[in-house]
Write a protein that binds this ligand. Sequence first.
Ligand code: G3P
Ligand code: CA
Length: 376
Amino acid sequence: MPRAAPNGLLTLDGKAPLVVAHRGASGYLPEETIEAYARAVDLGADVIEMDLLVTKDGVLVARHDPNLSISTDIAKHPEFAARKKTIKVDGETQTGWFVQDFTLRELKTLGAISTDAERPQEFNGKYKVATFQEILDFQKAKTLETGRPIAIYPETKNPTWFRDMGLPMEDKLIAMINAAGLNSKTAPIFVQSFEPGSLKYMKSKGLNTRLIQLIDGDGIDMKTGAMTYAVPVDRPYEWTQAGDMRTFSVMVTPAGLAEIKTYADGIGPWKRYIVSIQGNMGADGKAIDANKDGKVNDADANSIAPTTLVADAHQAGLFVHPFTFRNENRRLAADYKGDPKNEYLAYYRLGVDGVFTDFTDTALAARATYLKEIGR
Ligand code: G3P
Ligand code: CA
């Protein structure tokens, strides 16, 4: 049984779990835009999270996917039609327009769009792609304006893939963090990556911020609750390139956590490594549509007993920030009864040190309930 601090909290530092606005207030506005970050700060987020990519002219910008058709209106720009192509991104074949083929000036002519058809679409095309420098400036301005420290959480996205194209991102990121005066363990910044080599490289080049090893998986075997793995989220791409065929699963073992502790301060696991789900199986061996809404998804499954990952990571001296918490019913296990706050509560009670969320307000409301529950 994990030991609570005298204040009842089970986090590594004994403080309340952090609410990390994943891609900004992405449940409400087109993600990774200054407007989405501003909304997250207004809602009360402790931290804003961003994925970093590199433009043709070497500028770090905030987008989750190199394939711009996923999160921008580039398909509606005939002037760029000829640049559409099919390529592999971290081993996965994709068709679209890719960030490395566009200068920042060209990117700024695009509008960001929602990446989820179930979320508001009325803001599509209204906001621009943000540069990392604009986000640093925003962080500084908002911290002054609100009087509370707003932390940032940049991720090196597809770093090996970009390096192979002659667009390495790490040195640029370190230089910008240094210039912003954020290069220390206590500065309001966390630097994350799925690729250990990217984190190790930055550490070796003098990056002194808190570092987070992200740990991915593809899906869940609904019969057993076990994690499944598939390209491109089966392992760090640098491992695939090197012929190392282990999966992310090795990172959550005690030996894997001890190895992570040699270069990082925390882990960012997919939340199913902490609480997985199991479905009800039909005679055909497939999960059944238990709620009879015509689709089989997480809402047809129930949470199973938690793993020991949070306690194991804490034992190794690593904090734990699981991703990603979302409000939509189809993404909530049935035992949460359609209330996303119940999911946060389950993880807060296990002692996670923070949560990546698309819905800052829901995460904060659940945190308030949790703190009350433990008498704080
Ligand atoms: O960085 C935490 C979380 O964002 C990882 O997943 O794919 O949204 O970057 P992804
Ligand atoms: Ca991310």
